[in-house]
Design a protein around this ligand. Structure first.
Ligand SMILES: Cc1ncc(COP(=O)(O)O)c(C=O)c1O
Length: 361
């Protein structure tokens, strides 16, 4: 749908304000804010992943998670490095992960082609990972990966009890447990626990800085120091120990300061909107969102629904959803929405009415 994509992008850029996602800002505005933070912190440049804002960020992550952290330029590299370290230590390249894992769906087969991982499916489709799912994967494993939340299933989370039981099962079996925590910041209000309590259930965890935290790019792996030392070697081998990552690290620090404390408000707003939508013919998945990011399903065809979204955005100058795509269910369409601080400025009831125009015409 390249034409629609261009129309969406052009119209979104022309909107005055947004409901979903982060505020509409150009690179100049964002870089000026980062420059102000650099002055305020009075830090030098980082160099090859050490010193400056990268070191500050790693210290802050250690304070939040109760474990050391290593900065990575991307989550793809962070997770492949983490799994590679565990598998080399365990002497097997067999890893278990959901069939919907980012590594299997969005990484161009890199985990298998670059590292030779042999993947077993821990779960299938919209199923949360549990101890019994792990019991179902027999034989030796180098690592188990759990995506928290499972993004392609509507950002689905296990309950705290399910996660605790899974962690205990992995420990009992002696297999390292890795969390794909790209959206762990957005997951905490669902459990009502601390980031350190989540990290304590894992052997390693990857976190992202440019989703809920609105950064530029970048990731980190959290885990024991000896494990991180090996992961950093893989980072270098894959060309990821960059000469400078100062803007990315500054943006991550800003996200931790300004957006992390607001995740619970965003989840409450997401749930208030979700409660309004079924009456307007829109199905929400999960019915009560687990995180501020979730899926909307409606009847119709891609073309007709997208035309109506563009019409509403043109009329209101309000950026609403991105493009909707055909759902696996015939005659229905789906889109993902992410609630961040801009949504808090709008009444969920009014947003539900605008979405209703899109869904039923
Ligand atoms: C669940 C999940 N894991 C991993 C990644 C990879 O992160 P990156 O884009 O930083 O490589 C993403 C990115 O969207 C993601 O959503």
């Amino acid at each position: 749908m390249p034409d629609d994509m261009t129309r969406f992008r052009d119209l979104a850029a022309a909107c005055d304000t947004t409901v979903f996602g982060h505020p509409i800002e150009g690179p100049g505005q964002i870089l000026r804010r980062l420059a102000d933070l650099a002055d305020e912190l009075d830090v030098p440049w980082d160099q090859y992943g050490a010193r400056g804002p990268v070191a500050l960020l790693e210290e802050e992550l250690e304070a939040l998670f109760g474990k050391p952290a290593a900065f990575f330029p991307s989550g793809v590299m962070a997770q492949q490095s983490a799994l590679r370290v565990w598998c080399d230590r365990e002497g097997t390249s067999r890893v278990a992960m959901p069939d919907l894992s980012h590594l299997l769906v969005h990484e161009q087969d890199g985990p298998r082609r670059l590292h030779g991982f042999q993947v077993e499916h821990l779960t299938t489709g919209a199923e949360v990972a549990t101890a019994s799912a792990l019991h179902g994967v027999v034989g030796r494993l180098g690592a188990v990966l759990v995506e928290l939340p499972l993004r392609d299933a509507g950002c689905l989370l296990p309950t705290w009890q399910e996660l605790t039981d899974l962690s205990a099962a992995a420990r009992h079996r002696g297999v390292p447990l890795h969390f794909d925590g790209a959206r762990v910041w957005e997951s905490q209000p669902f459990w009502g626990t601390s980031l350190a309590e989540t990290a304590a259930l894992s052997d390693s965890m990857y976190v992202s800085f440019y989703k809920g935290l609105r950064g530029i790019a970048g990731a980190a792996v959290v885990g024991p120091e000896d494990f991180l030392a090996e992961a950093r070697v893989w980072r270098s081998r894959m060309g990821g120990t960059l000469y400078r990552s100062t803007p990315e690290a500054l943006a991550a620090l800003l996200g931790l300061r300004d957006l992390l404390p607001r995740m619970a408000e965003c989840l409450a707003w997401a749930r208030a909107l979700a409660a309004e939508l079924p009456a307007h013919g829109i199905t929400v998945n999960p019915v009560e969102p687990h995180t501020p990011t979730f899926l909307l399903h409606a009847a119709g065809t891609e073309d007709a629904v997208n035309e109506r979204v563009l019409g509403v955005m043109e009329r209101t100058r309000l950026r609403l959803t991105g493009p909707w795509r055909a759902s696996p269910e015939p005659g229905r369409v789906v889109t993902e929405v992410a609630v961040s601080t801009p949504a808090l400025e709008h009444e969920p009831q009014r947003v539900a009415q605008l979405l209703a125009e899109i869904a039923v015409g």
